[in-house]
Design a protein around this ligand. Structure first.
Ligand code: ADP
Length: 352
């Protein structure tokens, strides 16, 4: 698997470092570090590339709220990791001229965590909760009245001394982000005034994102090179930027240049075992496993057991792109390689 490690030739060991897959759209520590491209998050809707439908709905909603001097309606953003949900939350706060406070649902464990967060908000501010489908029941129930009536209904004391206390909250906007819309309970979902899907990006849109960022870091990519990188970025800006960083490393260290051609991109990606389709060694291992199964539909759990991996990671991270490029289908009986997928994997000579 291509990983961010100097030991890129050691297939088997690196395959076990699942969290470090270069083409995994989930966030990895490097994406958060200061020495990366996140400083250049787009700050306005205009600078945000792609998602035209979503941007035009947001533009109207933001302008209407600003006109009425009201906070924006609670908004639910859903889509795969790395497509820009966090970026949009910051950007909405920026457009509304207010602050964005950020939290992830698994970190909000006790009722007092969410109470503390809500009490720290000021009028009009944005509260962003990532992975909102992972909120626990108690926290979720406290959010209902907070979202609907800007009010917290708390029970203080215990047993016969227990009484209800109501605290009024400032009007705020909750932006919830999720990769699993179906896992959000109906009562929570109904309390969002807007629900917006973030789609995968086209290669042209990703190319634009790559061009913008490469300018910021003084990397000189020609048109073909940026399009080439965009094409294999799985429709995901986070991956496009991560691959761009790897290409930059390779160009500067191996080729001693800031000028990046298609050939430099190929050589760089090759050194990370990423091929012309944007697939890495783990994707090929997955396809090989199915191919060795003689065209029989194979259940996800059997694949996970065969590959020594976790089925939810395969389902949410590995399979969507293989399906998108037409290499894999999900059937009621299990996963099946398509003719295209079979042709591709048989043309590769990775040894597993
Ligand atoms: P998510 O919250 O959906 O996982 P992020 O908002 O963290 O994704 O975005 C991942 C990276 O991609 C960030 O560095 C962000 O700046 C960049 N990005 C995402 N969408 C866009 C876009 N439409 N235009 C420019 N950059 C983007």
């Amino acid at each position: 698997m291509a990983i961010i490690s100097s030991n890129i030739d050691n297939n088997d060991q690196s395959l076990r470092k699942k969290d470090l897959r270069l083409v995994d759209s989930k966030i990895i520590p490097e994406d958060k570090s200061n020495n990366n491209l996140n400083f250049a998050r787009p700050g306005t809707l205009q600078e945000f590339i792609g998602q035209e439908q979503l941007k035009s709905s947001l533009r109207i909603a933001i302008d209407a709220s600003t006109y009425r001097k009201e906070p924006l309606e609670h908004t639910l953003l859903y889509g795969q990791p790395g497509l820009g949900k966090t970026t949009l939350a910051f950007l909405i706060a920026n457009e509304m001229n207010t602050k964005c406070r950020i939290a992830t649902a698994p970190a909000i464990e006790r009722p007092r965590d969410i109470v503390g967060l809500l009490l720290s908000l000021k009028e009009g501010e944005v509260l962003f909760i990532d992975e909102i489908h992972r909120l626990n029941k108690l926290t979720e129930e406290l959010l209902y009245s907070a979202m609907e009536d800007f009010r917290l209904d708390l029970t203080v004391g215990a047993n016969r001394g227990a009484r209800c206390r109501t605290i009024n909250l400032p009007r705020f906007t909750l932006i919830g982000a999720t990769t699993k819309l179906a896992s959000i309970s109906a009562p929570l979902r109904d309390r969002f005034g807007m629900s917006q899907k973030i789609e995968f990006y086209t290669p042209d849109e990703l190319k634009q994102i790559i061009v913008n960022f490469s300018r910021l870091i003084n990397l000189n990519l020609n048109d073909d090179a940026s399009y080439n990188l965009a094409r294999i970025s799985r429709g995901t800006p986070r991956l496009a930027l991560r691959l761009l960083r790897r290409v930059r490393d390779y160009a500067q260290v191996v080729k001693k240049t800031n000028v990046v051609s298609v050939n430099v991109i190929r050589a760089a990606l090759n050194s990370y075992q990423i091929d012309e389709k944007g697939l890495d060694a783990f994707d090929r291992k997955y396809l090989s496993f199915l191919n060795n199964n003689n065209n029989n539909a194979t259940g996800l759990d059997s694949i996970a057991a065969g590959l020594g991996d976790n089925s939810s990671m395969l389902e949410s991270v590995v399979e969507p792109y293989l399906i998108q490029i037409g290499f894999l289908t999900r059937t009621p009986r299990g996963r099946l390689l398509t003719a295209l997928g079979k042709k591709y994997i048989e043309s590769k000579n990775d040894n597993f």
